[in-house]
Design a protein. Structure first.
Length: 522
């Protein structure tokens, strides 16, 4: 322990021996450091805090009805791209920072400086709380910069949403126009195909073979119905041939025109076709191939009904009459009416059978052509359905996008300024007072370091053991110096000069610190 203290003491005595070098170093370093501290301006910090509220009652209400943008993602992206060059140029214009930038180089330098000094910090993850910081030598200018940056943050978010919405609407409208043209072209091709192959293509989704089988079944049913009606007619004829025609004087005519009796089967089919025509008319126009074909079949059935009624009337008119036709037996008249009805049923059954047989023959003649036509028809329908589904889907998306745009316009993301922009009255560290303290500390440290280095470069020996360690030689003794009065006076004069220089340095440092402190307080 004593050896350590002896070593430290020797170092201190060596530094004291070179004290003038340390004092000169302190003066030089102090002057330079104070000049630098006085030249560096103090900086003031302006801050603002804003909260972006992305939660809204409209989000759960419009779930599945409107296209809702990811507001959180937009806000995060906007916060990351806020300090971009276009925004900084806009900030320079709003805060009047371009008044002192006459050329492009100074303007670029100002933009780089702003980009480094502006800080946008997010709060806790998911809180959407943002803090804007900026430091400047002028507190009012710092506040204006933060205010302008806050305005750009809000306006850019709204502007980007409107721009993105407009771009999306333009794209959707173009796609709708394209699919609308394609759908119209597909409808035209389908209409021309149905007109070209009218009566060939199947209806109700049935193919050629199912239609052929159905027509065969209808032919068989029509033949059975014709045989049944013919047997009924022959039975009425036999009964009528065996019935006498006694005259009944002053009897009122009991016959009715045959036209008063309808054709039940044709009437039922006509009623069914009329109902089907009403359904088609509600879905398609009058020029639609299905509507035209249904109307044509209805006209054919009505013509067949008129023909059947006309034949029945002729049959009734050609029945044998007695000279006194106004007075016959009621049973005879009933048989005549039943025979006329049976004749009409037979005629209708023959017409139906002929129609079904004609359809059957036509289908057999089209055996090779119909499958190819139906395949082409299916392909056209498939293309039409695809175009129609895409068109309807785009229309639905556009409606949802319109509602989503209205949701954006109502302000789904609300910017709430928690702390308005303000600049602190006190400068932020390091202040000038702190920099002066650092400068004085650096001067004292430099003085101590310089005196220590000088003592090591030009060493002096204050102990015999230190000299023996350096020269590695034995020595016989130590001769002490007995200073005379002139040497003592010289030493006192040097100590006085050193104390004066050191005191002047310390007083100068204290005066500068006091002036800086008083200036800060004032």
């Amino acid at each position: 322990m004593n050896e350590v203290l002896e070593v430290i003491g020797s170092y201190l005595r060596g530094m004291w021996h070179r004290r003038w070098i340390g004092l000169a170093t302190a003066w030089v370093v102090g002057i330079i450091a104070v000049a630098i501290a006085m030249k560096v301006p103090e900086r003031y910090e302006a801050t603002a805090r804003v909260y972006v509220d992305t939660e809204s009652l409209l989000k759960p209400l419009l779930a599945g009805l409107a296209i809702q943008p990811n507001i959180d993602q937009q806000v995060v992206l906007m916060s990351r791209t806020l300090i971009s060059r276009p925004n900084l140029e806009k900030l320079i214009r709003q805060a009047d920072l371009d008044l002192n930038t006459p050329d492009v180089a100074s303007r670029d330098t100002l933009i780089d400086t702003l980009g480094k000094n502006i800080k946008l910090e997010a709060g806790v993850r998911g809180s959407n709380l943002y803090t804007i910081n900026y430091r400047d030598t002028n507190p009012e200018r710092a506040r204006k910069v933060v205010q302008s940056l806050l305005n750009i943050f809000v306006e850019s978010s709204l502007g980007n949403k409107q721009k993105d919405s407009q771009t999306a609407f333009t794209f959707v409208d173009e796609q709708i126009k394209r699919y609308e043209d394609a759908l119209r072209a597909a409808e035209t091709r389908l209409k021309e195909f149905k007109i070209k192959y009218m009566g060939v293509t199947g209806r109700d989704g049935r193919d050629y073979f199912s239609r052929l089988s159905s027509v065969q079944d209808q032919v068989e049913q029509a033949r059975m119905e014709l045989e049944s009606n013919e047997k009924a007619r022959d039975a009425y004829k036999q009964q009528l041939s065996g019935e006498s025609q006694p005259l009944i004087p002053d009897a009122a005519p009991t016959t009715a025109p045959a036209s008063d009796y309808g054709v039940p089967e044709l009437d039922a089919r006509i009623a069914g076709l009329r109902k089907e025509l009403d359904d088609l008319s509600r879905r398609f126009t009058d020029a639609h191939p299905d509507v035209v074909a249904t109307r044509r079949r209805l006209e054919q059935l009505e013509q067949q009904r008129a023909t059947a009624i006309e034949e029945r009337n002729k049959a009734v008119a050609s029945a044998p009459r007695t000279q006194n036709s106004d007075a016959r037996s009621p049973v005879y008249e009933q048989l005549r009416l039943a025979l006329a009805q049976a004749e009409a049923n037979v005629a209708a059954s023959r017409a139906k059978l002929a129609s079904y047989e004609a359809q059957h023959e036509a289908l057999k003649k089209q055996a090779r052509m119909v499958p190819e036509v139906e395949q082409e028809y299916v392909e056209l329908n498939r293309a039409y359905d695809v175009q129609k589904k895409m068109y309807e889907a785009l229309l639905a998306r556009r409606d949802a996008a319109n509602m989503g745009k209205e949701v954006q316009d109502t302000g789904v993301a609300q910017f709430r300024v928690i702390d308005p922009p303000r600049a602190l009255s006190d400068p932020v560290p390091p202040t000038r007072l702190q920099m002066l303290g650092i400068a004085f500390g650096a001067a004292i440290f430099a003085a101590l370091l310089a005196s220590f280095l000088a003592s090591q470069i030009w060493p002096t020996f204050h102990r015999p053991s230190a000299l023996r360690e350096v020269v590695k030689r034995p020595f016989l003794g130590v001769v002490s110096m007995l200073p005379d009065p002139s040497v003592l006076r010289l030493r006192r004069r040097h100590a006085f000069f050193f104390a004066g220089a050191l005191g002047t340095l310390l007083l100068t440092m204290g005066g500068i610190l006091s002036a800086a402190l008083l200036g800060r307080i004032g």
